[in-house]
Design a protein around this ligand. Structure first.
Ligand code: SAM
Ligand code: SF4
Length: 497
């Protein structure tokens, strides 16, 4: 099939229309502007009531979210920031989950003005990885100690769903011996960041064993969306993208991930868009997003974007804290687009996941590129540190690094996991699995310095677990955990609760 015919075959209008309510979408521009306008001067007590509601792990309404974003008083921001961390601790405990991205192809039919992969960027060196190359990339990532990957693709007939399925299988096939102990390990969870698809293709991804399906709306502001995604391109169809994750639920994928690319339009508007998106998923499927992402635009080769909506560091921190309060359950992802300093800041505002030792060039892991080469990458990144350096720093801050992938492998996905998160139970299981997987990392991959600091954190964690009333009341889980921990220390691998 010619590329132009393939492009025409992608969008299925009936798979948009079925989710509309009276022909309308969940993004109502007038409503969002009213939410923002009507809450321009919130009073102190109102904000404290909103904070209290979040601390009870209840999602905020759009008006409440808008009110938080209009706080001017620095002391109140301090209270919001403290609440953001407290909510994260309550729902997710003090763990940070690590993953690595694997960029498979930079062939793309679209022309998003901000992206180095866009079709009209003739300076980009184009490449699509073979299955052999994907296995080699996976080996390098595994050797660093990762257990979770997010696979990323441009939108192109050569990287359509069958290529994705083959690439997922190739990743799951790879087994490596851990450098220190020689134990055999493989990638345990493959997530996907790929363009919107029809339901039958999404069902194939589910069948191939993906964990989360992630699509960023980029901006919820339709006029801006249509400006930065030229209308003659596939990605120009705003609604096809807006309902990508609704179709994923329809296809049986349990965990979906929303996101907005901050810097395209007013940041407050896009925070509202994320909140409305989460609300509509919850309304239509009874379960919200598994994670929320809030990447900020970074420089890309031949980017054609104007910088009028770039988000300052200060506003970025505000949007992260507000999202944490507005949506207390989803995981929140900060990526290596941000600098180490900024990552540190937003981890203290409730982020739960991050990437490390990241390379976003096609084939960049196996080629051991040290400098991010913009001609092969999608954009530039702000954090080039290794996984070991990240883990050491977090351990020094008192956080435990987790490689837990138990949730989706034992059915704690979709509404099951959301229910557990809402009752602050999931965090308890994850804490145990975080300890088990952190110990694996420390024994198999860590530098001596990181191992020493990490073992101290683990000791504190074990004491905290023993002192938790939840575990004191659930002796069976506790005994199982102690048994499993002993087995991990003796060299068994991939044990989870
Ligand atoms: N082609 C698919 C798509 O557009 O959905 C795959 C994902 S794209 C390779 C991954 C994400 O990177 C995009 O959704 C966008 O939000 C983000 N991105 C693109 N250009 C960027 C830039 N210059 N800075 C930061 N993030 C960028
Ligand atoms: Fe292609 Fe995605 Fe980049 Fe747009 S953001 S040009 S669709 S890879």
């Amino acid at each position: 099939m010619k590329t132009s015919e393939w492009v025409k075959s992608i969008v299925k209008q009936d798979q948009i229309d079925k989710f509309l309510v009276n022909g309308k979408t969940f993004i109502d521009d007038e409503k969002i502007n009213n939410n923002l306008q009507n809450n321009i001067n919130p009073d102190k007590q109102q904000i404290r009531d909103i904070i209290q509601k979040s601390l009870e792990i209840k999602s905020l309404t759009p008006d409440e979210t808008a009110a938080l974003m209009h706080v001017k008083d620095e002391d109140l921001w301090q209270e919001i920031n403290e609440a953001a961390l407290a909510i994260k601790q309550k729902v997710y405990d003090n763990r940070i989950v690590f993953f690595a991205p694997l960029y498979c192809s930079n062939l793309c039919v679209n022309n998003c003005l901000y992206c180095g992969f866009r079709n009209e960027n003739s300076k980009e060196v184009r490449r699509i990885l073979t299955m052999d190359e994907i296995r080699k990339e996976t080996e390098v990532v595994l050797d660093q100690g990762h257990k979770r990957l997010i696979m990323v693709y441009g939108e192109h007939p050569k990287s359509d769903v069958d290529y994705m399925v083959d690439s997922i299988k190739s990743v799951y096939d790879v087994q490596r011996k851990a450098p220190v102990t020689g134990r055999t390990v493989g990638i345990r969870r493959v997530n996907i960041n790929a363009a919107p698809m029809e339901t039958s293709k999404l069902a194939k991804l589910k069948e191939a064993g993906i964990g989360t399906y992630q699509v960023f709306q980029e901006t919820y502001h339709r006029e801006t969306y249509e400006k930065v995604h030229p209308q003659h391109t596939l990605k120009g169809d705003y609604l096809w993208r807006l309902y990508a994750l609704h179709r994923a639920f329809d296809a049986g994928i349990d965990d979906v991930a929303i996101g907005a690319l901050f810097g395209l339009y007013n940041w407050q508007y896009d925070v509202m868009g994320l909140v409305y998106h989460a609300m509509d998923l919850e309304r239509q499927f009874g379960v919200g997003p598994h994670t929320v992402s809030f990447p900020r635009i970074t420089p890309a080769l031949e980017s054609q974007l104007d910088s009028s909506h770039m988000v300052s560091d200060n506003n970025f921190k505000k949007l992260v804290a507000v999202l944490r309060l507005a949506l207390p359950y989803p995981g929140m992802i900060v990526t290596c687009r941000e600098t180490p300093e900024m990552k540190r800041e937003v981890i203290k505002l409730g982020c739960t996941q991050t990437d490390a030792s990241t390379k976003i060039g096609i084939g960049a892991y196996q080629e051991h590129e040290t400098i991010q080469d913009l001609e092969k990458a999608q954009f530039s990144i702000g954090d080039n540190r290794s996984l070991d350096e990240n883990i050491k720093e977090l351990a020094q801050m008192g956080f435990i690094s987790s490689f837990c992938t138990a949730g989706y492998r034992c059915g704690r996905t979709g509404d099951t996991i959301m229910g557990m998160l809402k009752h602050c139970v999931e965090g308890k299981y994850c804490k145990l699995n975080a300890v088990l997987t952190f110990r694996e990392y420390l024994d198999d991959y860590a530098s001596p310095e990181t191992r020493a600091i990490g073992l101290k954190v683990l000791e504190q964690e074990m004491n905290a677990i023993e002192g938790t009333s939840f575990f004191q009341k659930n002796a069976k889980i506790m005994n199982q955990f102690k048994l499993d921990y002993g087995r991990i220390c003796n060299g068994d691998r991939d044990i989870y609760i």
